[in-house]
Design a binder for this molecule. Structure first.
Ligand code: CP
Ligand code: NVA
Length: 299
């Protein structure tokens, strides 16, 4: 069987996502006791910081009977210019799967092209599919599903926004993105999604949140954009998820944030600590959703 990668939601079908969530639910409940990664190693390459991704993959691999290897790009030869095509072939002879977090999405595609073991995207500038996988699982737990639901995205049209658009196109829900001009998601991804489901870009947070089932935001300056932080603070001034904005969503709406969050910038303390917030379930679900993915891809 050819190896399978998970670089974005374009790599999976709707039936596969549903199957992953059935498995993730069994894993979360404790009913799943198998060790499909016994004797196997997941190599984890990080060119950016991480708390959740690193810990969830490392703990996850251990729970499945395997081992995870933390490879900071600072410390491996990649940081000194070793070509990705060489690293991919070397790692493929030693590990059974590769998770990578880096800047350019094209680098992950290059890695996947040359690797003979599955490659999982742990975040690039373009996508964060593992996070959205966990977010969808959280939606399923708290709202009963995602089909036909409305997801509001407030703020930067970043990697998370792009992955939400891809997921919406695949699974059939609506995404409304409110962002300032110049901070829209990828045009190509938006256009692809608009051919498959209801999607909207507006400059008005109120329009995006109205009647939403999920209200979602992220930091104004993602990793790699730190130098623009002050400029972005000005641009995103009106894009704060506060209690007033939450009132426009459905009363049953949940608030999600991939974390880390900047309280007082993209979200108020009241909302992130409030009764609609599911951010810690969302963070925990990284572990369960990814373990379903590891148990599916690394066998
Ligand atoms: N949400 C997320 O990916 O968190 P980390 O950057 O801590 O991995
Ligand atoms: N959009 C953020 C997500 C962090 C988990 C970033 O790329 O930095």
């Amino acid at each position: 069987m050819p190896k399978r990668d998970f670089l974005s939601f374009q790599d999976v079908t709707k039936a596969e996502v549903n199957a992953l969530f059935d498995l993730a639910a069994r894993m979360k409940s404790g009913a799943y006791r198998e060790k499909p990664l016994a004797g196997k190693t997941l190599g984890m390459i990080f060119a950016k910081s991480s708390t959740r991704t690193r810990v969830s993959f490392e703990v996850g691999a251990y729970r499945l009977g395997g081992h995870a290897l933390f490879l900071s790009s600072q410390d491996i030869q990649l940081g000194r210019g070793e070509p990705i095509c060489d690293m991919a072939r070397v790692l493929s002879r030693m590990v059974d799967g590769i998770m990578i977090r880096t800047f350019a999405h094209a680098d992950v595609e290059e890695l996947a092209k040359w690797s003979t073991v599955p490659v999982i995207n742990g975040l690039t500038d373009l996508h964060h599919p593992c996070q959205v996988l966990a977010d969808l699982f959280t939606m399923k737990e708290h709202l009963g599903g995602y089909e036909g639901r409305r997801v509001a995205w407030i703020g930067d049209g970043n990697n998370m926004a792009n992955s939400w658009l891809d997921a919406a196109a695949l699974l059939g829900f609506e995404v409304r993105i409110a962002c300032p001009e110049g901070y829209e998601p990828s045009r190509e991804i938006f256009e692809r999604a608009s051919g498959a489901t209801k999607v909207l870009i507006t400059e008005e947070p109120e329009e995006a949140v109205e009647g939403a089932d999920v209200v979602n935001t992220d930091v104004w300056a993602s990793m790699g954009h730190e130098a623009e932080a002050e400029e972005r603070k000005m641009a995103f001034k009106g894009y704060v998820v506060d209690a007033e904005l939450m009132k426009l969503a459905k009363p049953s709406a949940i608030f999600l944030h991939c974390l880390p969050a900047h309280r007082g910038e993209e979200v108020t303390n009241e909302v992130i600590e409030g009764p609609q917030s599911r951010v810690f379930d969302e963070a925990e679900n990284r572990l369960h959703a990814q373990n379903a993915l590891l148990a599916t891809l690394m066998v």
